[in-house]
Design a protein around this ligand. Structure first.
Ligand code: ADP
Length: 263
């Protein structure tokens, strides 16, 4: 009798825990999954009309009558910059929706970080120079580590783009790369507006933008650093910031030299 009771008790316990986990996991995870799927689909659906709009604006700019009309040109320029901003927002949302889905599409290759950083800096130089800001790279000739090339380039782009965006004319932005036997490090420093101590822990949150009055004039929607944090985390690394208002900011990314093929 005792053995049957124990078996019965164990059976009920297993059944209850199964039901509870089903209750806790089932509907919530389905709703969560559906929501992420919706964001992903929505981002894809939004991209097509945006690229159609962009090419239509390009065509309108060159239309007879419009080409010579400064007011029409100004309106078209505004439309174009808003469409571009929206396109950036949509692709950022797509990255974060994928991140939330838990499916990490990571392609690990042996990459020379110095070369990738050089390419990112080269592509940002015209934009930086047009704002009176100079970019510098300080790195060993070869810095070869395993990593996802496209994602790491996106990480560099986000940090450098921010450093330029939040710098003042005449400012200097520097990227320093180094490596020891356990990890490699990327530091991106600027002499720009700096970040309030109270905001420093919040800048990695989605849609957070510090002191809107100062950042309003420069484009952005507060998703760059959350993507930077995610890219760092899928490489098993950390990202930190040191900053002082009016003096500038330094973002430090530290990533282990060893990367498993999958996580
Ligand atoms: P975005 O730049 O698009 O607003 P981010 O997520 O990249 O979004 O950054 C969040 C906020 O952190 C920015 O709005 C800005 O207030 C602050 N920030 C980021 N990088 C810097 C920097 N280098 N210097 C000063 N403030 C920065």
């Amino acid at each position: 009798v005792l053995v049957s009771l124990m078996v019965l008790f164990a059976g009920v316990a297993v059944f209850m825990s199964y039901m509870m986990s089903k209750k806790a996991m089932g509907p919530i995870s389905t709703a969560f999954h559906r929501q992420k799927e919706f964001v992903g689909d929505a981002s894809h659906e939004l991209r097509t009309p945006l690229s159609v709009m962009l090419s239509s604006i390009d065509a309108m700019e060159m239309t007879d009558g419009v080409e010579e009309d400064p007011f029409a040109q100004k309106l078209l320029r505004n439309m174009k910059s808003e469409v571009k901003r929206m396109t950036g927002l949509v692709s950022d949302l797509l990255v974060l929706a994928r991140a939330d889905s838990g499916v990490v599409e990571r392609v690990i290759d042996e990459i020379n970080v110095r070369v990738e950083a050089g390419n990112v800096i080269e592509s940002l130089t015209p934009y930086a120079e047009s704002n009176g800001i100079s970019l510098y790279l300080d790195a060993p000739d070869e810095l070869i580590v395993p990593g996802d090339r496209a994602r790491l380039k996106q990480l560099m782009y986000i940090l450098l783009d921010n450093a330029v965006k939040y710098s003042l004319e005449g400012g200097r932005v520097e990227m320093i790369l180094s490596k020891n036997d356990r990890h490699w490090t990327m530091k991106v420093s600027d002499e720009g507006i700096g970040i309030d101590a109270a905001d420093q822990s919040r800048i990695f949150d989605r849609f957070f933008r510090s002191d809107k009055s100062r950042t309003r004039t420069v484009g952005g929607h507060g998703l760059g650093l959350s993507i930077a944090k995610w890219i760092t985390s899928i490489h098993g690394g950390t990202i930190t910031v040191e900053s002082e208002i009016g003096k500038g900011s330094t973002f430090t990314v530290q990533i282990p030299n060893e990367q498993a093929a999958s996580i």
